[in-house]
Design a protein around this ligand. Structure first.
Ligand code: BDR
Ligand code: CA
Length: 315
């Protein structure tokens, strides 16, 4: 577990698992969330931004500034996810709010990086469009980033959007390729360690019937139904919360340095595929640390404990 404070910017497209990731970090006293930016992804930008506001309110963290980012991928046509439902957070009532000033996120992240006393960690939980634009426009800010932690890609396992591509990378392959090529310390949490980690019905039933626990029970019901249909897995997949947990307890993860690129030249079967150099060749150059394993037991118990702790305020 980390034992000193860390400053974090969260870029996200909520989404059920994005919601759980934000909740995991929101009340941790060692995590200073400087801001949240949204990006199209699991659903449209207006919807993910409304959902992010809902999550910050639920976590009693509406002191955290929220900014809408990219509305579209860099080049390709926009796609949406299947598993998060029409709203992105099906199962709860979401108040329609117009929070949409697209692309405000750029200025806000730039300001946060410029103002921070120490380099900050960026946690990227959606398509990498905002992050690609940021470092293309302001490469001088790379030194202000402690580490970029990315949920995305599939190294040795099949994709979850199609046979080879993981959803976040497939949403904007050109942005992902640009970010992967940016010389910055990065940790990638691909599908590989995530596909066997689920929150079970039993775990969910153990959550308190209070504000956060009840809300999670509501949103996880349709999420689990969709995961069963589209992924053939029983339980709630925890992609983004696993990436968030890396910030809290890197010791629970095994990482391997790799050189990973994204296929952007094909517009066919392999578009958006993450391609890692897995040969042992003489002159290896690595562009990121890739998570190959996570201690699922530690992660699930830390997640449940964080949610129960949040609901204690309701007692
Ligand atoms: C990623 O895709 C999205 O649907 C999830 O929120 C997660 O970030 C998993 O492939
Ligand atoms: Ca996400």
């Amino acid at each position: 577990m980390i034992n000193k404070p860390t400053s974090v910017w969260i870029d996200t497209d909520p989404g059920n698992d994005d919601m759980m990731a934000i909740l995991l970090l929101a009340q941790n006293s060692l995590v200073n969330i400087l801001g949240v930016s949204t990006v199209f992804g699991n659903t449209s930008l207006p919807k993910v931004t409304r959902n992010a506001k809902f999550i910050l309110d639920l976590a009693k963290r509406n002191d955290i500034p929220l900014f809408a980012g990219a509305e579209q991928p860099l080049i390709r046509d926009q796609i949406c996810a299947d598993i998060h439902g029409e709203s992105g957070l099906d199962g709860v009532t979401l108040v329609e709010e117009d929070l949409m000033v697209a692309d405000k996120a750029q200025e806000a992240i730039i300001k946060a990086l410029e103002d921070a006393e120490e380099p900050i960690t960026i946690l990227a939980l959606g398509p990498l469009t905002n992050i690609a634009k940021l470092f293309t426009t302001r490469p001088d800010l790379i030194s202000r980033v402690q580490r970029l932690v990315i949920m995305g890609g599939a190294i040795t396992v099949p994709g979850n959007k199609n046979r080879v591509a993981e959803f976040n990378v497939f949403c904007d392959p050109e942005a992902a390729e640009s970010v992967f090529n940016t010389i910055i310390p990065k940790t990638l949490i691909p599908l590989d360690p995530c596909t066997s980690v689920v929150l079970t019905d039993r775990d969910i039933a153990s959550l308190p019937n209070r504000t956060v626990g009840t809300t999670l029970k509501r949103i996880l019901k349709p999420y689990i139904e969709n995961i069963c249909i589209f992924e053939g897995v029983q339980g709630a997949l925890m992609y983004d919360p696993i990436a968030a947990y890396y910030l809290l307890n890197p010791a629970a993860f095994t990482t391997v340095p790799m050189d990973v690129r994204v296929e952007t030249s094909s517009k066919g079967l392999t578009y958006g595929m993450t391609v890692a150099e897995r040969r042992i060749i003489a002159e290896r150059v690595f562009n990121m640390d890739v998570v190959t394993e996570v201690d699922a037991k530690q992660f699930i118990s830390a997640f449940l404990a964080a949610i129960k702790e949040m609901d204690k305020c309701d007692e």
